[in-house]
Every structure is written in C-alpha cells, then in structure tokens.
Design a protein around this ligand. Structure first.
Ligand SMILES: Cc1cc2nc3c(=O)[nH]c(=O)nc-3n(C[C@H](O)[C@H](O)[C@H](O)COP(=O)(O)O)c2cc1C
Length: 319
C-alpha cells in the first residue's frame, strides 16, 4: 500500500443524519472529491444491524466509512468487516455528544491517548485499507501536538482536524492556525468553512493538504461547484439537483423520505427571493409528488422571469 493522501482537496465531512448515500451523490455531482459516511458504531457493524447496510457506501469511489466505538478489538473487527465497502476507514475521535462521550467513544478518546493509540494500532493490524482519524484539537484544551504525535506513532494514515475542543461543542470560532504540516501525515481541516474564501483561507492558514465541509455544504450544497468553477450554478441546475436528491432519498428511505428532505430545503433555496415562505410551505408537504411539484413550481418561477440559467439574488446575496 503506497502512502495515503486524501483523494482531492475538497471533501464532504461526515454528518450523522445528513451525509447518507443520497447527499453524498449530489455533493459528488456538484464537485466534492471525497466523502465520509455518517458515523457508524462498531457494535452495530458486529451485530449486523439492518441500518448499517443502508449507511455503507454502495459502489462509491473515494468514500470512507467512519466508525466509532471505544474497544480496540471491536473497532478492528468492525473495520475488517466493512473495509471491502470503503475506500478507507475513518475513526471518529471527534464527536462531543454526551451519549457518545459517556461510552468512552468519539472525542472521549482524546482524553485517553493510550486507548486511541491501541485502537489505531489494532485497526491497522487487521485492515488492508488506510486508517484515518477525525479529531478535535483536544477535549478540554488544545492538546493537538500530543494527539498528533500519538496518531503518527500508532501509524494513522491521515487526520481530519476540527479546530475546536470537544467542550466548545460548536461555540466560538474554529481555529485554523494549526500548522498541520508539522507532522509527516496528510491532514484535512474542518470547521467554519462556509464560503470559497473560507476554504482558501483555512487551507492557507492551517497548512492542511485538504479541507472538508460540513454545515457549509448543508447550507449551500453547490458550494463545491462554486469552489471549482468560481461561480454559482444556474437555477435549472439547482432545481434538477434538488429533484434528484428527493428521488435518491426516496429510493434509500422509501415514501417517508420527505421528512429527511426537509433539512435540505433551506440549503437549496439559499439566496432566492420568496425562500422563507416556500420553506414554511415545504415543511407541511407530504408525499413525493407534492414535493416534486412544489420544487418545480418554485424554481420555474425564476426561469420564466429571468431566462434560463440566470441566478436570481436575494439582497445581492448570491453574486
Ligand atoms: C449535523 C452534524 C452531524 C455531524 N456528525 C458527525 C459525524 O457523524 N462524525 C464526525 O466526525 N463529525 C460529525 N460532525 C462534525 C462535522 O464533520 C464538522 O467537523 C463540524 O461540523 C465542523 O465543521 P463545519 O463548521 O464545516 O460544520 C457533524 C456535524 C453536524 C453539524
């Protein structure tokens, strides 16, 4: 196995409840270069829970399976079991949610570096695919140096760093000034990347080799397009991607998928006039056809008014 590097400079960060196969697919079409599944517990993999099959990548390139847990043996076994579905395996040592931390998983691993080391070593031992680790800069305070040294010594192939401590949750500003080129290991920066400029600044400041977008992709799914093309896509493209997203989600989750789709409506209508009223209406719609008709009606209004592929701005927000 040659040296690992992230397969591109801009990826979609893992988000539980968001980065399912449908959202990964639309972000890929917008230009995202690499992907992570939602976090999947090692225990559920070992128990063959039905939900796991739906969460694993299905013939998707450049997609890591993210696992969480606390037991080195279980994580190693789970990694070995799913590695044939993954481009590589990512260990979650970043999640600050109480339910996860209480079980010594997620960001709790940052408080127990021996366990973190044992987990990475155990996974490396049994896996043929690269092992990367997603971290925060520390649990209560910045201990990035110690954490990175531990990961490098344990043999991790790459690290994604969310520039906050776990106790910060999502408060304050994410730190980018992390000098991530100090360690001889590929590193991706995460945290507060909402615009193309944010991505460029974060990469320059952090010296990361890649960046991963989470809330930025949710708020504006075509941010990947903007990054690579220097401009927003046209109304038609946004409409068609929203429709495709609805269709993919329906294939994945069935008729009740419109509930999951609701979390994306703000993103797809970002910057369009009348978006607020539309979102309110959308939240009350039920059924695939109603959703489909509403999406077409909303976007076609702009196409009729200003001509094909013209992007309509709200307060000049989407120049
Ligand atoms: C809804 C949501 C779910 C998330 N789930 C995960 C997860 O499953 N695994 C993980 O490593 N990070 C998860 N994160 C953290 C993100 O990957 C990212 O590091 C963090 O949100 C900071 O980036 P941002 O400012 O671009 O959102 C989640 C974040 C959000 C907002």
């Amino acid at each position: 196995m040659g040296r690992f590097s992230y397969p591109g400079i801009l990826g979609l960060a893992p988000m539980a409840g968001v980065t399912d196969r449908a959202f990964r697919t639309v972000c890929r079409l917008w230009g995202a270069q690499f992907f992570f599944t939602e976090m999947i517990s090692a225990e559920s993999v070992l128990l063959d829970l039905e939900v796991v099959e739906r969460m694993l990548p299905f013939e998707e390139e450049n997609t890591a399976v993210q696992l969480y847990g606390s037991d080195p043996k279980k994580l190693a076994l789970a990694a070995r079991k799913v590695q044939h579905r993954a481009s590589w395996i990512d260990l979650n040592a970043a999640c600050p949610v109480k339910k996860v931390v209480k079980k010594n998983s997620g960001a709790a691993l940052l408080k127990d570096l021996e366990r973190l080391r044992d987990i990475v070593m155990a996974m490396k031992d049994v896996c043929d695919k690269p092992i990367t680790v997603k971290i925060r800069i520390g649990f209560e305070r910045n201990e990035l140096e110690k954490i990175m040294e531990t990961l490098v010594l344990a043999g991790a192939d790459g690290v994604e760093v969310h520039g906050r401590t776990a106790v910060q949750m999502y408060s304050g500003k994410a730190q980018w000034d992390l000098k991530l080129d100090r360690w001889n290991i590929p590193a991706a920066i995460s945290g507060d990347l909402y615009t193309v400029e944010d991505v460029q600044n974060a990469m320059n400041i952090s010296k990361a080799s890649a960046a991963i977008l989470a809330r930025g992709a949710l708020r504006k799914p075509w941010i990947f397009h903007e990054f690579f093309h220097g401009k927003a896509p046209g109304v038609e493209e946004i409409r068609d991607m929203f429709l495709l997203h609805a269709k993919l989600l329906r294939e994945l989750e069935g008729e009740r998928s419109f509930y999951s789709l609701r979390q994306f409506v703000a993103g797809y209508t970002h910057g369009f006039s009348g978006a607020r009223e539309f979102r309110e209406r959308f939240m009350k719609l039920e059924g695939f056809e109603a959703i489909q008709n509403a999406i077409e009606e909303f976007f076609n209004r702009f196409l009729m008014n200003v001509g094909e592929n013209k992007v309509v701005k709200e307060d000049g927000a989407r120049a």
